[in-house]
Ligand binder design. Structure first.
Ligand SMILES: C[S@@+](CC[C@H](N)C(=O)[O-])C[C@H]1O[C@@H](n2cnc3c(N)ncnc32)[C@H](O)[C@@H]1O
Length: 461
């Protein structure tokens, strides 16, 4: 088998030898693939006339690599070969690569064929054709053809076209720079209904929101007339959070399905799949789904639902112990890449915010739950710590609409971020205040505990 170095040398000599070796070894796809995969960049005068012969090869992988290499040699003859592949090839990966190769040739003669490909059935083929055509962006005919795709049924195609031709050019001159936040929101806890409070603050205020919403009628602090009313309430809150989140930044929602116990032995209990029911609302309002992280708790720490089954072992009466919760990760929809968000910070902040070794590499986070005498559903500090470290920079403003005992605020502060919390219940608001004496963190940073009317007076934009 030839090494990369051998192939490089053969290429430098002129490629008669490569053609010879390939023809000599036509029976060994392994041999052929090794050469095709390691050809690398091809010089302008590279003679690839031996490549099309291999398009008859039975191996899809060989045909794929032939097509890829043909795309590296910009000749009109290869353009015809690739168009032929596109029309005759059955394998979708090879077809996609053919379009990609046609695009990479940057040959104006390819424009017509690329425009025709916009009607293909395979969205990925169309996207490759769009990439090829975007090289000629500014050409009126091409721009018009591409703009028409804004109504295409495939969402990936619509997103690409939107970004290229219709992206939001909203004037943001009056807003805070991306890495900054308003002083009147820093380290502030407001006692009131989050919906009302959020309506009074400017757009694009927060860098990150991490929250655990009230459980649907499962705990004393959360009484809603119906499940639909509960979902409507969350919809209202997260729509407001959406508006107040900076471009391309994250929302992380901690929820799990909950169970409402049966009212008597002759009724059954009811399980509500909150994360799955909430998801479509979030996506509809413009949150882009990014990841699902599983918070895994020790089995001994959760309610045992297994006792009955343990005795009778009758199928369909099986009830697993629920030892997981979700952290659903969303990003505020934007046409900008994450890199754009990162570039809004100076190098010092980026360096100081770097996540240290030992971070969690998987989406299963094994963390013990935290029990608290005053509040029945508090975040463990470790959970908040990971979210804050992985999804915000030092100096960012981190928000929890359902503040509870204020775990997120204290953790964010200890990691040199600012926090803004809202909490409707006076008793939990007072409980957070009690940390003023117990917890030096709130104390040191002179956190402000305000009623809604007091908070309103502080708003300066
Ligand atoms: C699941 S707990 C959050 C606990 C919190 N993560 C912690 O670490 O302590 C939900 C909290 O949301 C609060 N809440 C419910 N409805 C609210 C509303 N409309 N505005 C603000 N807070 C609300 C509840 O009082 C409760 O304390």
């Amino acid at each position: 088998m030839l090494t990369k170095e051998n192939i490089k040398e053969l290429k430098a000599k002129g490629n008669d030898d490569i053609a010879f070796l390939i023809r000599e070894n036509l029976k060994s796809n392994k041999y052929i693939l090794n050469i095709l995969e390691n050809l690398g960049r091809l010089p302008n005068d590279f003679d690839g006339s031996w490549l099309p012969e291999l398009l008859e090869n039975k191996s899809q992988q060989v045909r794929y690599w032939v097509v890829k290499n043909l795309g590296k040699i910009s000749s009109d003859q290869n353009l015809d070969t690739l168009i032929n592949v596109l029309n005759c090839e059955e394998d979708t990966t090879v077809r996609r690569e053919a379009v990609s190769s046609i695009g990479r040739m940057r040959n104006p003669k390819a424009q017509n064929i690329l425009i025709q490909i916009l009607n293909d059935k395979d969205p990925k083929v169309i996207i490759q054709a769009i990439r090829g055509l975007l090289i000629f962006k500014g050409n009126e005919r091409i721009d018009n053809c591409l703009k028409e795709l804004i109504n295409h049924e495939n969402e990936m195609i619509r997103t690409v076209i939107y970004k290229e031709y219709f992206a939001n050019t909203k004037d943001k001159t009056n807003q805070q720079p991306h890495s900054k936040s308003y002083d009147f929101l820093k380290n502030v806890i407001v006692n009131g209904d989050v919906r009302e409070i959020l309506r009074s603050i400017p757009e694009e205020s927060f860098h990150l929101t991490f929250t655990s919403p009230p459980y649907y009628n499962a705990r004393d602090y959360s009484i809603y007339p119906s499940y639909q009313a509960y979902l409507d309430f969350l919809n209202e809150v997260f729509l407001e959070v959406f508006k107040k989140t900076k471009e391309g930044r994250f929302l992380i929602v901690n929820t799990s399905p909950i169970i409402i116990p049966r009212i008597s032995r002759s009724h059954s209990s009811k399980r509500y799949p909150i994360p799955f029911d909430l998801h479509p609302y979030l996506v509809n309002m413009g949150w882009e789904f990014i990841d699902d992280i599983i918070w895994l708790k020790p089995e001994a720490s959760v309610k045992n639902r297994n006792a009955g089954f343990l005795q009778h072992r009758k199928p369909i009466g099986y009830k697993p112990n629920a030892i997981t919760e979700y952290l659903m990760v969303y990003r505020k929809q934007t046409d900008k890449l994450i890199d754009w968000n990162i570039k809004q910070y100076n190098w010092k902040t980026i360096k100081e915010s770097k996540v240290e070794d030992g971070y969690e590499t998987s989406n299963v986070w094994r963390i013990d739950p935290k029990f608290d005498k005053t509040h029945s559903a508090v975040f463990p500090v470790e959970l908040c710590k990971r979210v804050v470290e992985y999804y915000s920079f030092k100096g960012d403003l981190v928000f929890d609409p359902f503040g509870g005992s204020g775990t997120l605020g204290r953790t964010a502060k200890s990691l040199n971020r600012y926090f803004f919390l809202t909490e409707i219940e006076k008793k939990y608001f007072e409980y957070m205040k009690s940390f003023l004496t117990k917890d030096t963190i709130f104390n040191e940073l002179s956190s402000k505990f305000l009623t809604y009317p007091e908070f309103k007076k502080t708003i300066i934009t």
